[in-house]
Structures are given as structure tokens and as C-alpha cells.
Design a protein around this ligand. Sequence first.
Ligand code: XLS
Ligand code: NI
Ligand code: NI
Length: 441
Amino acid sequence: MPLIGNTEFFKGIGRIPYEGKDSDNPLAFKFYEADRPVDGKPMREHFKFAVAYWHSFCGTGADPFGTGTLQHPWDAPSDPMEAARQKADAAFEFITKLGFDYFCFHDFDLVREAPSLKESEGRLGYMVSYIKDKMAASGVKLLWGTANCFSHPRYMNGAATNPDFRVLARAAAQVKGALDATIALGGENYVFWGGREGYMSLLNTNVKRELDHLGRFLSLARDYARAQGFKGTFFIEPKPMEPMKHQYDYDAAAVIGFLHQYGLEDDFKLNLEVNHATLAGHSMQHEMEIAAAHGMLGSIDANRGDYQNGWDTDQFPNNLNEVTLMMLTLLEAGGLKGGGINFDAKLRRNSTDAEDLFLAHIGGADTFARALLIADRILKESTYREFRRKRYASFDTGKGKEFETGRLTFTELHDIARQQGSIPLTSGKQEFLENLINRHL
Ligand code: XLS
Ligand code: NI
Ligand code: NI
């Protein structure tokens, strides 16, 4: 295994092979076979699997009740630039051994933020060139970049929706830097997750002004990036709450309405996250269906929640039934528009072996690969597609078609109802379809 840096961080683990479903090697893919074609394109293109820099290389396992349990050797150097270089070395060793094609990052995942904006920009600029070389050497690409405008105390009342203009300007400077970094690294997309764009209390909040500020901020960011030659897609990542009591980007439907209200619908799509969907009281398939219905199914942050509790636990995906339903929607929608599957998931606090990060990603990739194969079979070999099509057959011809194509008036509908006599009940066949899905799992 040729190393890109000098130190090997994940010793004793080589390139993860595909060994097929009968393998009992925990460090092998059982279903994810990158070059295997499914429905006309290889798995790697369906998924564009990405490693999330923040969880995998910055997360320490700390929680509100205790300090970190994961002691990363790359965090040891006190010099921030040395620590950042080592972290990048570890990240690219990991991604290359795993065989994924992409990564995603926030600006200050790459290097610790400095006390001043100017010095922070200098640090980021240096790390961008360091990482650019690693990308060239490994062939790993950037799925998307983003700015962390939620961790620093200055953002406690929001970034683009902060009531203090000075904080908004500071956030703009940070997003500019993250856009520049994304463009310099050939990033295919750029994400906005409005972590603190919302409120803790309506008593101190002017919702209308905050939404207008957010709309203007995003328009300016878009115009800046386009002027710099960025051709990729901007994504909004909906999440209903956490850290705020309420976030404006609540769910897919709310974000789509917002994008249209502020004239952003041509440049922006959605980056949907499984655990955010469930926090909003939806299934992930629901969120994907809503996005796909508007041509906005852009990208996916893959993880899962714990269905016994209600916060963003960001566990690695392993629920075959849930992911199969997602893959049905993905295939029917013709794939993701520009994005991929980013594992926005973290190890449990007590998963402390170096190999655990590999096992987590292998399990996630295998769940998606297996689900894709199942969904492809359901669509090609069962009556699922045909049943769903036929359910709307009354709109395919005659008066139904005239209605769909805008050729009937309301009074004509009334006339039709008068003439048509009694309407037989038609079963929705829900249990039939549920059994059909289970039979293919
Ligand atoms: C947090 C979000 C975050 C975004 C990127 O819940 O998922 O990780 O994906 O800022
Ligand atoms: Ni999340
Ligand atoms: Ni996310």
C-alpha cells in the first residue's frame, strides 16, 4: 500500500477488498462492488460515497456528560499547522484504504480556527494547497465544502439570521473563504446547513427580517461563487431543530418554499439527511419524494437516528428496510442531481478501536449497495412499478387526461360527476405492497 504521507495512522489495515456476501472478513465489502453496473451505471456513480471530515477525523467522542474517548494521534501536535497536516495525512490514508471516491469538509475541520479572521484565512489557504496535492496524488475528489457558522460563540444568535449585522458580515467572510476553498479544490457542490438559523424564543425574534436576511445572504453568496466560476450546485440541508428550538430550514417542503420565495430555485437543491428527516417527523423516503417531485433531490447525508429517542444521534446506516425504500425513490427519480452519499455519521463514544471507523463505513456502504440491488430488482422484476402506474390510469386517457392537461373547467367537472353514476371502491393494496417489499429483502 503506497502511503501519501510519511506516517501510517491505520496500521495493520490495508485496502478494503470486495469479497462478496459469503465472506466473514469484517474488513471486506460484502455488497459494495464499486464497478458493478446496476441499472446502467456502476455503483460508485450511483452513490459517490463520501467520508465526512468532521465526524471521522475531528470527532473525539465527547458528549455533554464527558470528555473525548477517541485520542487521535494527529490531534497531539500543539502547532495547529502540524496537527492539520497530520489530520489530512490520516484522512487521505483512510479514504484511500476504504476505496471511496469523495470527501466533504467544513472550513475549520481542516485546521483550527485562529484568533483573527486574517490569520484563519491564511491557515485555510495553506491547508487548501496541502490537500490539493493529496487529492491529485490519490484521485479522491471533493463532493462538497461548507462553512462552520455554528460552533463559534459569535454565532450563538445565528449567522445570516443574526440580529447583529456585524455577525452577519463575519459569517459572509467565512462563507466566502469556504467557497474559495471549495472552488480551489474542484468541489462539485457547496452546502449550507443553517445550524443556528432559527430561534430559541419568538419573544426576541423578528422572523420576517431574519428570513429576508437569509434570502439575501444566500443570493449574494451564489452571485459571488458564480462570478468566481463555480459551476456546481448549492445545497440547503434541512433540519427542524437542534441546536436551535426551531430552524427555518425545517424540512424539504419548507426549504423548497423558501427557495422559490427568494428566487434561488435554479441554483439550489436539497441535501437531505436521514436523522434530520426523522427529527422533523418524516421518513427519509418522504423527504426524498418531496424533493424529487420538485426536481430538487440533490444529495444525501447518510446516517440513522435511534428510534427510541429524539435527537440527532448520527449513527451509521444499517437499516436495510429504510434504505431500500430510499433507493426505490432514488432510482425512480433518476438518481441524485449532482450530489452523492456522504456518511454524516459518527462512531459511538465507546467504539474506540482504530478499525471501528472502517467497520462503520463498510457497514454503511454495504447497506446502501444491498438496498440498491434490492430496489433495482423490485422495479424490474415485480409488479410494483406497474401497480403504481395503473393506480392513476384514469388520468391517462379521456376526461382524466383533459383535466391533467388543463382542458377542463370546474363546471365541466361538475357535469361529469352528475353523469357518471356510482363509483366503485378501489383498494390501495398497501399490505400487498408491504409484503412485496419484504419478499425482496
Ligand atoms: C448537522 C449537520 C451538519 C451538516 C454540515 O446536524 O448534519 O453536519 O451536514 O454542516
Ligand atoms: Ni446532522
Ligand atoms: Ni449533515
